[in-house]
Design a binder for this molecule. Sequence first.
Ligand code: NAD
Length: 294
Amino acid sequence: MKIGFIGLGVMGRPMAKNLIRAGHELTVADHHPEHIAELVELGAKPAACGKEAAEGAEVVITMLPNSPQVEAAVCDEDGILAGSHPGQILIDMSSIAPLASHSLAERCRQAGVTMLDAPVSGGEPKAIDGTLSIMAGGDAETFEEVKSLLLEMGSSAVHCGPCGAGNTVKLANQIIVAVNIAAVAEAFTLAVRTEVKPEVLFEAIRGGLAGSTVMEAKAPMMITGHRQPGFRIDLHIKDLNNALETGHAAGAPLPLTAQVMEMLELLSNQGFGAEDHSALARYYELLSGVALHS
Ligand code: NAD
């Protein structure tokens, strides 16, 4: 397939690499020339903007930070819609506000382009392995048309409902992850304060009901003090903001989300926004005066 790919960050780069390995012809765009160069070395064509990446492509994929960046990449003068043709499919794999997905899909529809929102879960390691979980919203027929393409980047692709549903599911995912990380950091702080070694706590409970994918991935980072993202605190703030806005509009109360949002905001204000979200442990270190790592 001829694919335009826009957004070659932590996630977009390995996803685009997997598509090249699967034999697709990629034209790639990003604000960072060095990200483009990495893909060009593997056989991709460089594009100066979304318009150029979209020209002649059957499918265009975006993997950008948030709603404003996707809106710009799609709607700007040199954006995707300026280079698209009727019948083209746009798959936005960024995690953005469901309402933004709705209005973008409408702009696309007016240009004869069908849009799916298809955010992912799994982080950089699963983007590299091509084992992301993909949750899609939009027209069911279009989803079936591109499902095999999605499965070249992920191990599962689930159609969740109409446009925006993929992002609603992603927000639910982000709430569960954020609250789970906070619970792990809180429980580990109790253990350390009462002189149980964090490694011992992890080993003792990981196989029980409290064990989780989140604990498996994040407890070792808390114990070693490894803060390299992974998933940045500032990106998680963006997701929880979108979750709170969506919850308020829908009448769904999200008190735990609001609480963890404030913890993350504090850390971002203290200059830790670029660290991995497991650095939520820092919040408890500030409260308790003890670090989880030695
Ligand atoms: P990132 O910040 O590493 O990458 C974003 C890339 O987009 C950057 O390279 C930037 O230069 C480029 N960009 C921004 N605006 C652009 C524009 N208008 N035109 C062209 N390029 C532009 O972000 P990421 O970690 O790759 O995340 C991308 C999306 O995936 C986000 O919505 C994030 O929430 C989601 N996500 C991230 C992870 C993770 O673990 N990092 C996991 C799941 C989902």
